[in-house]
Every structure is written in structure tokens, then in C-alpha cells.
Ligand binder design. Structure first.
Ligand code: ADP
Length: 303
């Protein structure tokens, strides 16, 4: 009855892009875990083994702000990934109208998100699918990046394997222009969009199509000038756009502090080479100035 001689499977807690997620008890530790099933039945032979190898690497990625992959094993036609069980996610926090996020709370969530990213980027692992519902929150209030690298390993159903991995609203401009040699800066762009969403409690750049996504970016940040982003014109899907001036960022986020806006503008810099890194962002004065970030255990969470 035990899966892998170890896990006692419980109720379904969700269904994601790759498959169903069940709650389970890890009889080895007594902990509650989440088991994600990824169907690999239809894939060509060999792919599964590559995926398994890459997942084994993920098991080495241990950090307080990254969801722990406890175990993985193939069973029937699916790969089973065992994660620590998480109570909620950042999307639920942002959308919960009963929750008030103080500037200190927002700073705490932003800091945990960037700490998780800094750790992964240091290990040369990209997330590639940063969005609020991939930022899970544990019973202790810690925010942890989830679904690491899955987009790269498995692609996204119904989507092109290469550059279309990000949820559209969080997709960096270099991805929208068809860049194939993108790097960790794509995660920072997404983190910037999430930071803005924390500050305003609304999606910052909610494009309704890929073209509209660029339009939303240009309307908020102005069209990029070649001097701001010299490599732009060489990107595969680059097309010239009519010039749009950037409104002051302040008009879009009237309640944010000057420090928050300064950091945000550095995360949403067009040229990926000039965009701030996760480590630099953590060293930004937004995080050292008052108010200090709320302790994770004190953060407001959905009931
Ligand atoms: P998606 O592919 O849409 O990002 P996932 O496959 O990651 O979604 O997860 C689907 C659902 O399963 C989530 O919305 C969440 O409710 C639940 N879930 C995923 N991982 C965990 C976890 N570690 N702990 C608790 N619930 C989880």
C-alpha cells in the first residue's frame, strides 16, 4: 500500500501543468509531504532518464528559500516528485482581500524571493517560471521557490519547448524578442514583476497576448532605446516599435517608497546585461533601510 515502500498517499491537493499533486505522509520521517506526478509515458525513450538525472541534481539544491525535493522515483507511467508540504502560496496572499501587507511584510517576501534566486543563480540553475503561485509559503511563513527547472526539463504542454516557458505576465523582454541565449536575468525580471504586484496587489504587466505583453511593458517603462539595450536589435523576433516615453514609475506605484521604486527600476531594466542580479538586489539599500523585513513567522497569511 505504501508508495515506494515509504509514502502513505492522501487526498489530491491540486492539479498543475505537469500533473496531479497529492498530500502524503512520509512514514520514514512522519512529515507531511506533497507528491507531484509527472506523466512521462508519451515522451520518447531516453528523455525520462535525462529528466531523472536533472532532478537528482535538484536534490542537491538545498536552501531555506527553495522547496526541498525530498525524493523522486518512477512509478507506473509517471515520475513522482516528493516535496515538503507547503500551506499556501504568494498568489493566495496577494489576492486575499482580508490580508493587509505592511511595507515590512512586502520587504520580507521580496527578500525571501531574492534569497532563493540568489542561491540558485550561484549554482547556475535558472528557475525560468517565476510567478506568484510558484512561490510557496510554509507553515513557518518561509517563502520557497517551487517548480525549479521543471519548465526546462519538461517544456510546457502545448507550448514551444524553448523560449515560451514563462507565464506571459512575468516574461522578460528578451524572451518576448525570441532570445535563445538568455540567462538568470529572466528570473530577475519576473521577480521585479512579482515585487511590483506585492506593492500594488495587482498584476503589474497583465498582457493578454505576447504582442500585448510587449505593449504593456512599453506603456509602463517606455520603449527601449538602442542606447539602453545595444543587443536588442540582434534578437530573432525584434521588430521596431513606435517610440513611447516612460511615465515616471512613481505614477504606477504611488504608495511605494523611493527605495522600493529604485530597486524595482533596476530589476525591470531592459538590457539583461545591465539588469541587477539577485545578490546585488539583496545588497540594495531597500533591504537595509527601515522598516526591517517582518520575521517570516509574523507574516500575515490566508486563513
Ligand atoms: P503549476 O504547474 O500550475 O505551477 P503545480 O503542479 O506546481 O502547479 O501544483 C499544482 C497545485 O498543487 C498547486 O496549485 C498547489 O495547490 C499544489 N501544490 C504543489 N506543490 C505543493 C506543495 N509542495 N505543497 C502543497 N501543495 C502543493
Amino acid at each position: 500500500k505504501l508508495l515506494e515502500n515509504r509514502y502513505l498517499k492522501g487526498e489530491i491537493v491540486g492539479e498543475g501543468t505537469y500533473g496531479i499533486v497529492n498530500k502524503a505522509i512520509d512514514t520514514k520521517t512522519g512529515n507531511i509531504v506533497a507528491i507531484k506526478r509527472i506523466r512521462i509515458g508519451e515522451k520518447k525513450e531516453g528523455v525520462n532518464f535525462t529528466a531523472l538525472r536533472e532532478i537528482k541534481l535538484l536534490k542537491e539544491l538545498k536552501d531555506p528559500n527553495i522547496i526541498e525535493l525530498i525524493d523522486c522515483f518512477p512509478y507506473k507511467d509517471s515520475l513522482h516528485l516528493v516535496f515538503e508540504f507547503m500551506e499556501t502560496d504568494l498568489e493566495a496572499v496577494i489576492k486575499d482581500k482580508h490580508i493587509v501587507l505592511s511595507p515590512a511584510d512586502t520587504k520580507s517576501y521580496a527578500q525571501m524571493m531574492l534569497k532563493g534566486l540568489a542561491f540558485c543563480h550561484k549554482k547556475w540553475v535558472l528557475h525560468r517560471d517565476m510567478k506568484p503561485n510558484n512561490l510557496l509559503i510554509g507553515a513557518d511563513g518561509q517563502l520557497k521557490l517551487a517548480d525549479f527547472g521543471l519548465a526546462r526539463m519538461f517544456g510546457s504542454p502545448g507550448r514551444n519547448f524553448t523560449h515560451q516557458v514563462f507565464a506571459r505576465w512575468y516574461r522578460a523582454p528578451e524572451l518576448l524578442f525570441g532570445s535563445k541565449h538568455y540567462g538568470s536575468a529572466v528570473d530577475i525580471w519576473a521577480a521585479g514583476c512579482i515585487f511590483a504586484e506585492l506593492l500594488t496587489r495587482r498584476a503589474f504587466l497583465p498582457g493578454s497576448s505576447d504582442i500585448d505583453q510587449l505593449g504593456k511593458i512599453f506603456a509602463a517603462l517606455g520603449t527601449p532605446k538602442p542606447s539602453q539595450w545595444p543587443d536588442m536589435a540582434y534578437l530573432r523576433d525584434y521588430v521596431e516599435y513606435q517610440y513611447v516615453a516612460a511615465p515616471p514609475l512613481r505614477t504606477l506605484l504611488p504608495m511605494a517608497s523611493d527605495d522600493a521604486l529604485d530597486l524595482l527600476s533596476k530589476m525591470l531594466t531592459y538590457d539583461p546585461k545591465a539588469r541587477i542580479t539577485a545578490q546585488q538586489a539583496l545588497e540594495h539599500r531597500y533591504f537595509s533601510s527601515l522598516p526591517a523585513p517582518t520575521r517570516p513567522s509574523q507574516l500575515p497569511r490566508p486563513r
